[in-house]
Ligand binder design. Structure first.
Ligand code: TYD
Length: 200
């Protein structure tokens, strides 16, 4: 599940989880960066707003390191046990935040992340599409901003544009949903897509 801050990913993940559980699946949910003790420790470094001097490449490598640990410690074992995994952010977050937002280039991001992912590839990416301004507004009452949230509006606009470009380039693996629609309607659209891709 991908999208800018405040796009409602968590809500939709919970609804999709319930839907799949009702179908009899065991679901594992991950959140990035984080999800293992090591990945949470890396998260604390990445998002620490005191580290303004962090280079873009360091940032990319830290996200990939946190992801590598998550893939090996949580995702691979879950898949091996026949569970379904829903990820709150994955490699496309790095593609847009570091590749496009930071300007490191999407191909560099995919190259680095190939080491982190190995053969583990998402079967479907759902992109919750929301204008950057709206996402920021939705998070306005949050008291403390992390290092990424402190970035200016132009950064967050590049991120959203990046998601839109990727969704246009790769419609076969990225499903784009209008995140301003009512929660239940978004859920129905996601279910329809999941049914089409996995159960028909
Ligand atoms: P988080 O508080 O989890 O954001 P959200 O609730 O919106 O998912 O913080 C994660 C932040 O890290 C978010 O601003 C997006 C950013 N990010 C990247 O820049 N690259 C990545 O690869 C990932 C996974 C997240």
């Amino acid at each position: 599940m991908e999208g800018p801050d405040g796009s409602g990913k968590t809500t939709q993940i919970e609804l999709l989880k319930k839907y799949l559980e009702d179908k009899g699946y065991d679901i594992v949910i991950t959140r990035e960066p984080g999800g293992t003790a090591i990945s949470e420790a890396i998260r604390a470094i990445i998002l620490n707003k005191d580290y303004q001097e962090m280079s873009h490449m360091t940032e990319l490598l830290l996200y990939a390191s946190a992801r590598s640990q998550l893939v090996n410690q949580v995702i691979k074992p879950a898949l091996a046990e026949g569970k379904a995994v829903i990820c709150d952010r994955f490699v496309e977050s790095s593609a847009v935040y570091q590749g496009i937002g930071r300007g490191l280039g999407v191909s560099t991001v995919y190259e680095v992340n190939n080491y982190a992912l190995g053969e583990v590839k998402p079967k479907l990416t759902i992109f919750m599409d929301l204008d950057a301004e709206e996402g920021i507004k939705r998070k306005e009452n949050q008291t403390e901003l992390d290092r990424m949230e402190m970035e200016d509006l132009s950064f967050h606009k590049r991120v959203v544009e990046g998601y839109r470009q990727l969704a246009q380039l790769y419609p076969e693996r990225i499903f784009q949903v209008d995140a301003t629609l009512p929660i239940e309607q978004i859920h129905s659209m996601i279910v329809e897509e999941v049914e089409k891709r996995f159960f028909s």
